[in-house]
Write a protein of this length. Structure first.
Lengths: 261, 168
């Protein structure tokens, strides 16, 4: 890095804000998706579980986005970042914005993310940024429960009836192309890794595949071949699915500016 | 003043588990006197726990009622809250109110499931006793219960369902 120390510090902080938005937006978008199941889940226990997972993820999103807003130093709090950005400003992985589909689609999407988040948060819990480490350590404990549940369901669906197996396999085949982005680094990742704040996404791939492989074997599911992988969510290139989701999520605070409970 | 404040907060119930107090749960991490205010450091149980804001209000109100004019709430994230901080009295009170206390200690480590195994969290726990009849023959119905910190169980002996505070 070159240039005036102040300009360097500003760039460094911009990269960190970008990084925190990615972490916060992953949690926020998956939270909103999971919450949409409330009153629609196949059984009461799952309704409660999906609401609980959503609540944890909303809490995590709030912590990440609050910190992003603070470092950005432009007067935006977590609510402003959640409700007053357009889809092109969101930095979440494409995986988490995929529509809910059927119960198997939701479980597989959650499982791919939980298995990744379990590793990612573990890595971030060792961050040189103490606040990042604190949020990650707190979130990791919650995500361990999410992973426990989604892995259990993956196996129950895959190794269940013919119908549940076919739906789970279909979900795996459809969502696989959104998993590559989790392990694809860019300049922001490189900057955060060299600063000791973040991790190299590629370094998580082997452990993730190992875990997925064991679960697939237990679930009698076939792992798809690695073909073309979608990318771009982390840089703000999203599918229209996110726009529809945000329209619903943001309509109230955007229509009634300053609305309070 | 600080010792007195600990005693006052020892009577503030948790909004979602009213049978225990916030000090029973280990949510109050520190109380100290500063020049301008009495500072109370609180930690959330789960990051999305909706009771957090209510607890802050309850703490402030309780101290105001005891004549403390200036109260400042400090949020503390690290170290992350653990069920190990639930006091023995808190565990007893949970049980008395039909909620099974956590069956395992977490220790200092972060709960991370090893990627090379499909080990479930329950496998590291001891048997979970029914808070109604004391039987260890119980079944988990769901990893998640009425609040983020609890799982839903059923006793196979007395057939009663019950909440279980997950080791966390």
């Amino acid at each position: 890095m070159t240039g005036h120390p102040e300009a360097r510090a500003k760039r460094a902080s911009k990269g960190r804000v970008e990084y925190l938005l990615r972490l916060g937006d992953n949690a926020l978008v998956l939270a909103q998706r999971s919450a949409a199941w409330v009153a629609h889940a196949p059984v009461m226990e799952e309704d409660v579980a999906l609401a609980n997972v959503a609540l944890d993820l909303f809490g995590q999103a709030k912590l990440w986005l609050e910190y992003a807003g603070k470092l950005e130093n432009g007067g935006r709090d977590a609510d402003a970042l959640a409700f007053h950005r357009d889809s092109g400003d969101f930095r979440n992985l494409l995986l988490v914005e995929r529509p809910n589909g059927n119960f198997a689609d939701t479980i597989v999407r959650g499982y791919f993310y939980d298995a990744w988040a379990n590793l990612a948060l573990h890595a971030l819990a060792r961050s040189s940024d103490e606040h990042v480490a604190a949020i990650a350590a707190k979130s990791a404990k919650e995500t361990a429960y999410h992973l426990h549940r989604s892995e259990d369901w993956l196996i129950r669906l895959g190794d269940g009836t013919e119908l549940s197996h076919d739906r789970a396999q279909h979900a795996v085949d459809e969502l696989w192309r959104f998993t590559g982005e989790m392990f694809l680094g860019d300049d922001v990742d490189a900057e955060m890794t060299s600063a000791g704040i973040g991790f190299d996404p590629a370094s998580l791939r082997e452990a993730w595949l190992e875990r997925i492989g064991i679960a697939f074997a237990n679930a009698a599911l076939a792992q798809p071949a690695d073909d073309w992988m979608q990318r771009g969510g982390k840089q703000g290139h999203h599918s229209e699915a996110l726009s529809y989701m945000l329209a619903e999520m943001q309509v109230l605070p955007r229509t009634y500016i300053g609305a309070q409970w | 003043m600080v010792a007195q404040a600990w005693e006052w907060l020892d009577t503030v119930p948790d909004p979602e588990l009213p049978s225990v107090t916030i000090t029973d749960l280990g949510i109050v991490r520190d109380i100290r006197e500063e020049a301008d205010a009495l500072v109370v450091a609180l930690t959330p149980t789960y990051s999305g726990c909706p009771a957090t804001a209510v607890i802050e209000e309850d703490v402030t109100r309780a101290l105001h009622e005891h004549g403390v004019k200036n109260v400042r709430i400090e949020h503390r994230l690290a170290p992350a809250w653990t069920t190990d901080w639930i006091t023995p009295r808190g565990r007893e009170r949970l049980k008395e109110h039909g909620i099974a206390p956590p069956a395992a200690d977490i220790g200092d480590g972060i709960v991370i499931l090893s990627p090379s195994t499909s080990l479930g969290i329950n496998e590291v726990e001891g048997p979970i006793q029914c808070p109604h009849c004391g039987s260890p023959t119980t079944t988990e119905l769901s990893h998640f219960g009425s609040t983020p910190c609890k799982a839903l169980y059923r006793c196979e002996i007395c057939r009663e369902p019950f909440d279980y505070v997950k080791p966390h």
